[in-house]
Design a protein around this ligand. Structure first.
Ligand SMILES: *[C@@H]1O[C@H](CO)[C@@H](O)[C@H](O)[C@H]1NC(C)=O
Ligand SMILES: *[C@@H]1O[C@H](CO)[C@@H](O)[C@H](O)[C@H]1NC(C)=O
Ligand SMILES: *[C@@H]1O[C@H](CO)[C@@H](O)[C@H](O)[C@H]1NC(C)=O
Ligand SMILES: *[C@@H]1O[C@H](CO)[C@@H](O)[C@H](O)[C@H]1NC(C)=O
Length: 418
């Protein structure tokens, strides 16, 4: 018999091929998980089985509310693994359950998807602002909600991280990981609840994602390389930050950061780069901040090489972190304070090759007009650069309000300021 196949045989053959490529679907109910109960053992077992099976395997947490203790999902796995969270997962409220420093930790997996439309609710309200450890056996740092360590080729989509106790999401040593349609939600008063923190990772994309939290929406630590942040809405929060850099010895460069088409609403900063004075050497370069909409943002563009919260450092000794090849382009909107742009670079290592193009940020407070501050930096400016300046002529419209700022040419002022 040759390789002759009739039509039904071909159809059956294709069907079988499709089924085996799809791999196994493992519903954690089959492992004894029930709604409103603790699914930690069932989920751990389901993950182990899926991880040990070749092909693409999906672990499904169906709709419903479940309790989940601190867990580690370890690779390497034999194939591609997907965790589909369709339900709501509740962390223990008590910080004593978290000896590992995280609630849900994914480690050393190549080929990983987290999806499903579900929610990780870390119940941070129970611990925010509480510093007393009495009566609790373990009293380390508060846990990070979702921790990705050494993940390669990953996709995290359609999930929500709610009310983390500390950072929502942390990446360390990851390569080629994309976040898409992720929601991060915590109130603006929640301390240290950074949305997504990236460290020592390369090829990370954060796309079409909404982050509302009490600290940085996205923060990039040392060794962040080739990062794309696109279509992100940030606010409330402290904006999108590079750094702080220079606090530790041998920090890896931050290089290749693109922040494009993002919106900031009521945030403390828009985009910023911060480095410590009296610091170790380091570099931050090749960054592009483009097409950004600011809605009632304090300081839209900030380079702060004097970053020294709580006077932890000798601020008069300049930062040794070199900042270069930075472009700010088409940044527009409104400001909540007059300090709309602050570019404060190091005296020892002035910022190099900084381009500022098409900036239009309005401030309408009584203490206006908006200001630009430049220290140890000579940016190249071009395009439309406007800010509202005080009208010197009597303006019929402004008489009733008493205080009104009109558009004016900024370029000259900016050059004077810098
Ligand atoms: C990056 O990861 C995604 C998601 O797992 C995968 O589809 C893609 O092929 C990877 N890209 C490269 C260059 O390996
Ligand atoms: C940003 O948005 C503009 C206008 O919608 C679009 O033309 C551009 O391609 C977008 N940029 C990126 C990098 O997606
Ligand atoms: C400056 O950075 C951009 C990325 O934002 C990069 O494409 C370009 O090659 C860099 N230029 C130099 C001279 O390194
Ligand atoms: C603008 O931001 C300030 C401070 O961040 C806040 O107090 C104020 O309510 C915001 N205004 C609007 C209209 O949201």
């Amino acid at each position: 018999m040759g390789l002759k196949m009739n039509l039904p045989t071909i159809a059956l053959f294709l069907l079988l091929a499709a089924a085996s490529a799809a791999g196994a679907n493992i519903n954690i109910r089959k492992y004894g998980a029930q709604v409103n109960s603790d699914i930690t053992p069932a989920l751990t077992k389901a993950w182990k089985d899926a991880c040990q099976t070749p092909g693409t395997n999906t672990v499904v947490i169906p709709k419903g509310t479940y309790r989940l203790g601190a867990v580690q999902f370890m690779g390497p796995c034999k194939g591609h693994i997907e965790l589909q969270v369709r339900g709501i997962l509740l962390a223990p409220g008590d910080r004593g359950y978290f000896k590992s420093g995280s609630w849900v930790n994914f480690q050393r997996i190549d080929g990983f998807t987290l999806s499903g439309g579900g929610t990780f609710d870390a119940k941070g309200k129970h611990v925010w602002g509480k510093r007393s450890c009495s009566g609790i056996r373990y009293c380390g740092d508060l846990p990070i909600s979702l921790r990705f360590d050494f993940i390669t080729n990953g996709l995290i989509k359609d999930i929500t991280s709610l009310d983390s106790k500390q950072f929502h999401i942390n990446l360390l040593g990851c390569k080629n990981v994309t976040f898409q349609h992720v929601n991060v939600i915590a109130p603006d008063h929640s301390p240290n609840t950074d949305g997504i923190h990236i460290g020592r990772s390369t090829g990370i994309k954060i796309i079409d994602t909404k982050i509302a939290t009490g600290d940085d929406c996205i923060s990039l630590g040392d060794g962040s390389e080739n990062i794309l942040i696109k279509g992100v809405t940030c606010g409330p929060g402290h904006g999108i930050s590079v750094g702080s850099l220079g606090k530790y010895k041998n920090e890896a460069p931050v290089v290749g950061v693109n922040v494009v088409n993002c919106t900031f609403i009521n945030t403390q900063n828009g985009v910023r780069i911060k480095t410590w004075p009296n610091s170790f050497a380091g570099t931050a370069s090749d960054m592009r901040f483009e097409n950004l909409l600011m809605k009632n943002v304090s300081t839209s563009m900030l380079i702060d090489q004097l970053y020294c919260p709580w006077n932890q450092c000798k601020a008069q000794i300049p930062s040794k972190v070199k900042i270069s090849n930075i472009s700010f382009k088409n940044i527009r909107g409104t400001a909540s304070t007059k300090d709309v742009v602050k570019l404060l670079c190091s005296k020892s290592f002035p910022c190099q090759d900084v381009k500022v193009t098409d900036i239009d940020i309005r401030y309408s407070g009584r203490d206006g007009p908006a200001t630009f501050q430049c220290v140890n930096i000579k940016p190249t400016t071009s395009g439309r650069l406007s800010r509202n300046i005080r009208s010197t002529k009597a303006n019929p419209e402004s008489q009733s309000s008493g205080s009104r700022w009109n558009d004016g040419p900024l370029l000259q002022t900016l050059l004077e300021d810098c």
